[in-house]
Design a protein. Sequence first.
Length: 379
Amino acid sequence: MFKLLIERNLYDPSPAWLALGVILAPLSLLYTLIVCLKRLFTKPQKFKIPIISVGNLTLGGSGKTPLVRALFKEFNGGLKTCIILRGYGRKSRGLLEVALDGRILCDVGQSGDEAMEYALFLRGANVIVSEDRAAGILRAQTLGFELVILDDGFSKFNISKFDILLRPQSAPKLPFCLPFAAYRYPPFFYKFADFIPAQSDISQSFKIISAADLQSKLNGADEISNPADEISNFAADKISDSNLNRAADEISDLNLNRAADEISNLNPAAADKISNSKEANFERSRTILISAIAKPWRLQAFLPLAKAHAFFPDHYDFKKEQILELLRREDAEHILCTAKDYVKLRDLGAEISVILLNLKLSENFIRKIQNYINQAMIK
């Protein structure tokens, strides 16, 4: 919970956190200077294949993973595409091939949760993890790939690429870098992006699907036709934008009833839309929402679907005994989680339903990427 508290303060500082600014602000300025010098003096290396980078300037939780999935699905049919990422939180080092042509080559401990999410949820997935992203690209070239998508690749100033930068739905209240605020790179770095998607460039929809249905059709599960009602982007945004701080406070206190009341009072129609979702196989009275994603208050729209919830730090390594004890304590038999959490929870033997976020890219977005690919291939 301490890590979640720090994360909250980086985005929405409390008076006590602001008081620490005497110490943190000078460190933030020093960090900013180092980042600027690194970008200024790093010469980008050119590769023989087009490279698309999906990144952001803030700490996690800006939607990079679903966008990478959407880009892979859009372009892999025409160009043999490989996703390359660091594999944060994995129990391995160096370059590792996670999936090739949909064949999974390691477990989630070796790959990390995000890499395994791609491997499981993309049909024909090609995924490589490597701390050295340039080495990963060279390996992709050797394997005959024609396009690379870098997950969280903006900081790799040593690589010549097409930089897509995502803005967070809720920007940090202070325009400073770590450790005072949530920016990893100063806000003026947005000017270095090749493309910043507008709200109209990405439409999103949520689906909930049972793991039983999911398991039989992996990989490629995000293509499944789901009988549950879709939670519209409009409804979810209304909840997310309606007094984020109060709802986030309730989440941090792990007080479901009051948090649900906040949501219902803020937008009753949207809350009803979610609460009345026709997902067939679970009831609120036996369900707990479990997640370890950045900015877990993004899941506040789904609180009414569960009797209780437990949020852990990003990339948390779930322990089987811990989760089973949590289920016993809450008298629950069913878990609701995100796709990122599912890859670590799926071997527990518990009933699980998964929240899937699907993106649809605008023609303008696709055209921007295609133009870059065409130019890169001519060169």
